[in-house]
Design a binder for this molecule. Structure first.
Ligand code: NAD
Ligand code: MG
Length: 376
């Protein structure tokens, strides 16, 4: 079998390093063709020495950068569109991942998409690039991988609803006053997953689940009425798909991102892999489900409304959230300020639908500026 070339954008992050572990176990099928990172040159050097890719790029070149490396934000698009790349794993965090998603799809690549912000910010543009370029989007997000695995080739008209599961995050049973004062360390202490800092905070506010509902809307062509959310603290059921006859399928397993990453590379095939902890229903027991508390986690409701509103609202939601999370992680604002900032940015934004990718970034920048103006 021919090895497929993989570009890993964001190779130094949580998903990026997990992808390298997956690829290292499957060198018969895959080889690393390109790597990019934001600024961790030391880790990028060791990854590059281990995998010998044809291209390495670093966005922010400080000391210790190899002269052969591509530099600057353009390195993402360069890595994503190389002829020896078949699959682009977009594991960049935030809006910074959008242009590479678009370029890869236009170049006809498969995009194994962890960067859900690409779809939230530019869903219509991403789908158009995919159709025009002959590319393909396969989700890495565990919930969406679960939905894809349950749908497994069945016709779209057979699906009546998906139910995305959410862990509920570290503050699931906290009272509102305590949530509002939560520290950075508390927000990063996710009960079931070890992830990058931004998505960990998003999981604590439940903004992550709103991003995922919008992601599902675009990935699976479902209306917002067809997408529900349920809190499931054990993170064992990765999501449900309900079919028109009332039958419901779920994909289950102990939480481990290496499985959805591998599936995004091999879909619709499967590849033998013994890394995941073997499933044991009695060890997973009990599995519990509860409604999401929209009153205590207002970022979720704001994101769902933004998704339904469409136009620039999802762009504003995503950008305001990114800006507020950054300020929270820097110790500048309180946890409770994150949903306040998002709500304020959405209220201040216009409803003009973006007609170009440049419009998306203009809208993104305005929302970030609005959030910064609230705290100065
Ligand atoms: P992370 O912070 O651990 O890693 C982010 C990576 O992106 C790093 O390699 C970093 O160098 C790079 N990066 C950061 N800013 C950049 C920029 N401006 N330009 C180019 N590269 C940049 O994040 P993560 O947890 O791996 O998450 C990555 C993406 O995957 C996010 O969209 C997240 O929502 C999604 N995701 C993550 C998980 C998980 O388990 N970590 C699960 C599902 C989805
Ligand atoms: Mg997820």
């Amino acid at each position: 079998m021919m090895q497929r070339g993989i570009a890993i954008l964001g190779s130094t992050g949580s998903i990026g390093t997990a992808t390298l572990r997956v690829v290292a176990r499957h060198t018969d099928r895959f080889r690393v063709a390109a790597l990019t990172a934001f600024g961790n040159a030391a880790l990028l050097h060791s990854q590059s020495d281990a995998t010998r890719p044809g291209y390495v790029g670093i966005v922010n070149p400080a000391a210790d950068v190899s002269a052969a490396w591509g530099t600057g934000p353009e390195c993402l698009v360069e890595a994503a569109t190389r002829p020896d790349v078949d699959i682009v794993v977009n594991a960049v965090v935030g809006a910074a991942g959008l242009r590479a998603t678009l370029a890869a799809l236009r170049a006809g690549k498969r995009v194994a998409l962890a960067n859900k912000e690409s779809l939230v910010m530019g869903g219509d543009f991403v789908l158009r690039a995919c159709a025009e370029g002959g590319g393909e989007i396969v989700p890495v997000d565990s919930e969406h991988s679960a939905v894809l695995q349950c749908i497994n080739g069945r016709s779209h008209s057979d699906i009546s609803r998906v139910i995305l599961t959410a862990s509920g995050g570290p503050f699931r049973d906290w009272d509102p006053e305590r949530i509002a004062q939560a520290t950075v360390a508390e927000a990063l202490n996710h009960p079931t997953w070890r992830m990058g800092r931004k998505i960990s905070v998003d999981s604590a506010t439940l903004a992550n689940k709103a991003l995922e509902v919008i992601e599902a809307h675009y990935l699976f062509g479902l209306s917002y009425d067809q997408i529900d959310v349920v809190v499931h603290p054990q993170s064992v059921v990765h999501s449900f798909v309900e079919f028109v006859d009332g039958s419901v399928l779920a994909q289950v397993g102990f939480p481990n991102m290496e499985l959805p990453i591998l599936y995004a590379l091999t879909h619709p095939e499967r590849s033998p892999d013994a890394s995941a902890r073997r499933f044991d229903p009695t060890a997973a027991s009990p599995l519990t489900f509860e409604r999401a508390a929209l009153d205590r986690f207002p970022a979720l409701g704001l994101g769902l409304e933004a998704g339904r509103a469409g136009g620039c609202a999802p762009v504003v939601f995503n950008a305001a959230n990114e800006a507020a999370v950054r300020l929270f992680l820097a110790g500048t604002i309180r946890f409770g300020d994150i949903p306040r900032a998002i709500g304020s940015a959405l209220a201040a934004s216009t409803s003009v639908a973006p007609s170009s990718v440049d419009d998306l970034f203009a809208c993104d920048q305005a929302a970030r500026a609005h959030v910064h103006s609230l705290f100065h």
